[in-house]
Design a binder for this molecule. Structure first.
Ligand code: BG6
Ligand code: MG
Length: 216
């Protein structure tokens, strides 16, 4: 039974996954580490400092904690500039309709984004009011692929895990949803998201009817 849908944000609700990519690319170029879209797939859904660690180890760079924090801050400044002009027009196709239909049908809506910028992005998109629960990324101890953030969102919603659908664009995110015993829907890359229960190419395909159907 479908009782709740728990959304990832970046790359599912809006195309901020592209801005995270651009912000990391800018930083990687500055510190001379090769960075491309294929490598970026590994960073999707992964926290800020953890992502930086992956970039540093790719470049075989060893830095102090203070230097790491400075670089992570620099990336976040790049990112904040990129998201400055986000508006409701930046919702991916079909998402607003889906949020409305879920509400109308009494299906709860949660957010499980690793991003500390998530509340600000929801505000800019004008959709904060649709969410019954938003897991606080700053309080999560283990990032995706650990299921903690999805379990936390479901607990806040008061819905059994098996009655939740999670929607993700990241390999680590799909792993987290599956580990949480929820139904996993992947948006995007069919190879990296192959462990999802259902994969769509674009958000247009995420209709309420289909979600009810896959939950049975
Ligand atoms: C995830 C993104 O949603 O949030 C990652 O997929 C990002 O790319 C992570 O690193 C953390 O985001 P932030 O905004 O707190 O740096
Ligand atoms: Mg994402």
């Amino acid at each position: 039974k479908l009782e709740a849908v728990i959304f990832d944000l970046d790359g599912v609700i809006t195309d901020t996954a592209e801005y995270h990519y651009q912000a990391w690319k800018q930083l990687a170029d500055e510190i001379g580490v090769p960075f491309d879209r294929e490598f970026n797939e590994q960073l999707k859904g992964i926290g800020r400092l953890e992502s930086l660690e992956l970039i540093l180890s790719r470049g075989e760079l060893q830095l102090t904690e203070a230097e790491k924090i400075a670089l992570a801050d620099r990336k976040n400044e790049n990112y904040k500039q990129l998201i400055e002009s986000i508006s409701p027009d930046d919702l991916l196709p079909g998402i607003l309709t889906l949020l409305k239909q879920l509400r109308e049908n009494g299906v709860k809506i949660g957010l499980a984004s690793a991003s500390k910028n998530a509340p600000a992005v929801l505000e800019k998109l004008g959709i904060t009011q649709y969410f019954d629960a938003i897991a606080d990324a700053s309080k999560i101890k283990k990032g995706k692929p650990d299921p903690e953030i999805f379990l936390t969102a479901a607990d806040l919603l008061g819905v059994p895990y098996r009655n939740c659908i999670g929607i993700e664009d990241a390999e680590a995110g799909i792993a987290a949803i599956k580990e949480a015993q929820m139904t996993a829907v992947g948006v995007g890359n069919r190879e990296t998201l192959k462990h999802a229960d259902w994969i769509v190419d674009t958000t247009v395909e995420l209709t309420f009817e289909r979600l009810v159907e896959i939950k049975g």
